[in-house]
Design a protein around this ligand. Structure first.
Ligand SMILES: *Cc1c(COP(=O)(O)O)cnc(C)c1O
Length: 393
């Protein structure tokens, strides 16, 4: 029994590659090559060197003393907020750009909602001197002006998606259309553990550096490589997949996934996919998905842009359904309070996505000697305006 992907690209009954025929050659090329290429010694050396010299890894595993005292348990923070560009997303974009180069691709496309994945993609394209086109909903372009400016400074072309609701889903459709039209020279960098196989597994492997480091760092600090619990927020699920990866099949480690309840799970304005979702297909993957009775995707809502997604990756759908993972949903209000609390107790202003994971201690009790690792997925600089408005700062 494993909670990792099987050879057909499934996690239990979730996953697979449900794609239009015209996309098949692109996805099949990736599927056939991703393991062989990323296992090469030279690939690994270049990947590890960039993670070290460019991203700034290993990120610290910090014992949060005052936060721990407050909640009566031992809390460690895995500091992905200290990665270059301010979040974990760059671990994946570095991996994928190295893969794209080895596949002979010289044009990179990506979709972005809030712009965080767009910035991480534009960053690695600048680093490698590759052309970068980022599809972004017209409404998101207006809402996320600073990230649009960053992408432009980094040399990317930002293309507005003007169809449908003019947000992430429509940007994704445009990116897929582009890929169908440019199968030879273009690689599509997906930003989370979503999409058709092999994307969820490929992204999880690139992000697995997080739990690899946690193992070594905990061994040094606690004399054991596994914590009692590992906690992460889940949008699509990539920072969570990276934090859980080396513990998935270790039953001694509790896995806690935190979703955005928005204004409340029953409010109609929520992104708590595990509770509200049913099995369906989104972006080429069979997974849990928020949908109407007719199977139309429901608009999700969360105060945090990175958690505002109507599905979860297939790994997480399986963790939920199998009971391996404990899923908790946290409202906007509780997340905002937790973000402010960490700032005051530890001098660390977290991304609002991460604040959701930090909020679980109000309800979920742990034993005094429990070692709880929280993946601090990103820093709060990008969210300053939201914090300012919310708290009247
Ligand atoms: C994008 C983002 C997330 C959500 O994405 P996952 O794929 O679920 O990790 C969480 N935290 C931060 C800081 C992000 O930028």
């Amino acid at each position: 029994m494993t909670y990792n992907v099987d050879e057909k690209g499934y996690y239990g009954e979730y996953g697979g590659a449900y794609i239009p025929e015209m996309l098949y050659p692109n996805v099949e090329e990736l599927r056939q090559q991703y393991i062989a290429i990323t296992s090469e010694k030279e690939f690994q050396e270049e990947f590890q060197e960039l993670l070290r010299e460019y991203v700034g890894r290993p990120t610290p595993l910090y014992f949060a003393k005052r936060f721990s005292e407050k909640y009566g348990t031992k809390i460690y923070l895995k500091r992905e907020d200290l990665c270059h560009t301010g979040a974990h997303k760059v671990n994946n974009t570095i991996g994928q750009i190295l893969l794209a180069k080895r596949l002979g691709k010289h044009r990179i496309i990506a979709e972005t909602g809030a712009g965080q994945h767009g910035v991480a993609t534009a960053t690695v394209c600048a680093l490698m001197g590759l052309e970068c086109i980022v599809y972004m909903g017209e409404i998101d372009i207006k809402r996320q002006a600073p990230n649009v400016a960053r992408m432009k400074m980094l040399g990317a072309t930002v293309v507005p998606a003007t169809s449908g609701s003019k947000t992430l889903k429509d940007a994704t459709n445009e990116a897929i259309r582009d890929w169908i039209n440019n199968p030879i020279d273009t690689h599509y960098i997906i930003g989370s553990v979503v999409g058709p196989h092999p994307y969820p597994d490929m992204v999880a492997r690139f992000q697995s550096v997080i739990s690899e480091e946690i193992k070594n760092q905990l061994q040094e600090k606690e004399g054991r490589s596994s914590p009692d619990y590992v906690v992460a927020c889940v949008g699509g699920g990539s920072n969570a997949a990276g934090a859980y990866y080396h513990y998935l099949d270790n039953p001694d480690v509790g896995i806690i996934a935190v979703e955005a309840a928005g204004k409340g799970v029953d409010s109609g304005e929520s992104a708590a996919t595990s509770v509200l979702g049913k099995m369906g297909i989104i972006h080429g993957s069979k997974t849990l998905l928020m949908q109407t009775n007719d199977g139309q995707i429901t608009e999700p809502y969360s105060i945090s842009a990175g958690l505002d997604y109507p599905g979860v990756g297939p790994m997480h759908a399986h963790l939920y359904t199998s009971g391996r993972g404990e899923f908790i949903s946290v409202t906007d209000d509780d997340a905002m309070e937790a973000g402010l609390e960490l700032s005051k107790l530890e001098g660390i202003i977290p991304a609002i996505e991460t604040s959701h994971a930090l909020a679980i201690f109000k309800e979920r009790k742990f034993k005094k000697d429990d070692v709880v690792v929280i993946n601090l997925s990103g820093r709060g600089d990008k969210d300053l305006n939201t914090y300012i408005e919310y708290f009247n700062l």
